[in-house]
Design a binder for this molecule. Sequence first.
Ligand SMILES: Cc1cc2nc3c(=O)[nH]c(=O)nc-3n(C[C@H](O)[C@H](O)[C@H](O)COP(=O)(O)OP(=O)(O)OC[C@H]3O[C@@H](n4cnc5c(N)ncnc54)[C@H](O)[C@@H]3O)c2cc1C
Length: 386
Amino acid sequence: MPNDSEGFEDIRSSVRALCAEFPGEYWRKLDAEKAYPSAFVDAMTAGGFLGVLIPEEYDGSGLGLAAATAILEEIHLNGCNAAACHAQMYTMGTVLRHGSDAQKSEYLPKIASGDLRLQAFGVTEPTSGTDATRIKTTALKDGDDYIVNGQKVWTSRVEHSDLMLLLARTSPREENDKRHEGMSVFLVDIREAVDNGLTIRPIPTMINHATTEVFFDDLRIPASSLIGEEGKGFKYILDGMNAERILIASECIGDARWFVEKASGYAKDRTVFGRAIGQNQGVQFPIAKAYAATEAADLMVKKAAHLFDAGEPSGAEANMAKMLAADASWQAADMCLQTHGGFGFAEEYDVERKFRETRLYQIAPISTNLILSYIAEHVLGLPRSY
Ligand SMILES: Cc1cc2nc3c(=O)[nH]c(=O)nc-3n(C[C@H](O)[C@H](O)[C@H](O)COP(=O)(O)OP(=O)(O)OC[C@H]3O[C@@H](n4cnc5c(N)ncnc54)[C@H](O)[C@@H]3O)c2cc1C
């Protein structure tokens, strides 16, 4: 895969060329049918873009997070949506950092080639919400197996994935000194699990996200599915969260740039009262503000990715990047809809679809309030509020 050390222009132009094959009509049709963008995901896989973070020894490109952010930003900037396939980039990291040599050699090359899809990530549960230490799904050792019982919600892409990274309790919360201990991570083979204790139920949502709820009813999985040490799983998941936040932030930057470009173009073309609407400062200023907010947020995304790639602490920056970029994309979305007037509601402009899609990032994978709490507590030293 092409690369350069600066703005990854070679990678960006390859992604741009790929995205040109998947214009607005493609996404609109899928949106109407609530269908998964298989052709897009296949093309991304074939282009090697989803294996960008997998080391070369496991047949990936061995590039850093900054390169991955360039890919995701470019996808969104070109009107496409990486939500169908982005999870692989960060869930793979748990296997890479904490998996055994055998697990890494077994799975990573196949994930890089696309022979195996690792797109499903089962953490959130209906009753615990953001407080993941209160999950109720259990995995209890039984001979050479674990038996899984419980429920996850918002498990996205599970119907389009071969493997799921699953967080489950292997010992009760009360029996551990710390609330985050006693949880473990498993790599579950979905193909074997479906109809053998795993039931998947799609959740209809305001965006086309292939999200589901999943039920585990005495699902038997081999003990070899365990990643790393039993009881340490929550820490492994936390390890991957900075990467996840930075990657999602780059999608927001892409969305924000798409909205700013779309609004600027429309404001120049649309004539009302005998002049372009963009000649009115009431129309210009929100576009300029959204542009400035996007550029500022992008600096934080770049800083966070740089720290992450350098192996330095990046928690504060990753969280700030996610929040600022999600705010910038939402500000730009609202501005873009307003600039388009009534036509913003017409599906053919793609504005309403992108508007719905980018709204998600105020909530997932972590809500803005929880980021603010993180900054208050871990950066500013204020008392923990929850
Ligand atoms: C489309 C979609 C796809 C998703 N995909 C996945 C996936 O693939 N895998 C997965 O595991 N999860 C997934 N999620 C779940 C997502 O990560 C959660 O929705 C998110 O973390 C918020 O959790 P919650 O919905 O339980 O909200 P809750 O925790 O119930 O919070 C509700 C509201 O209360 C606020 N709140 C809660 N506690 C506090 C507090 N202490 N202080 C201030 N405010 C607070 C929150 O900010 C939020 O606004 C997805 C969600 C959606 C909508």
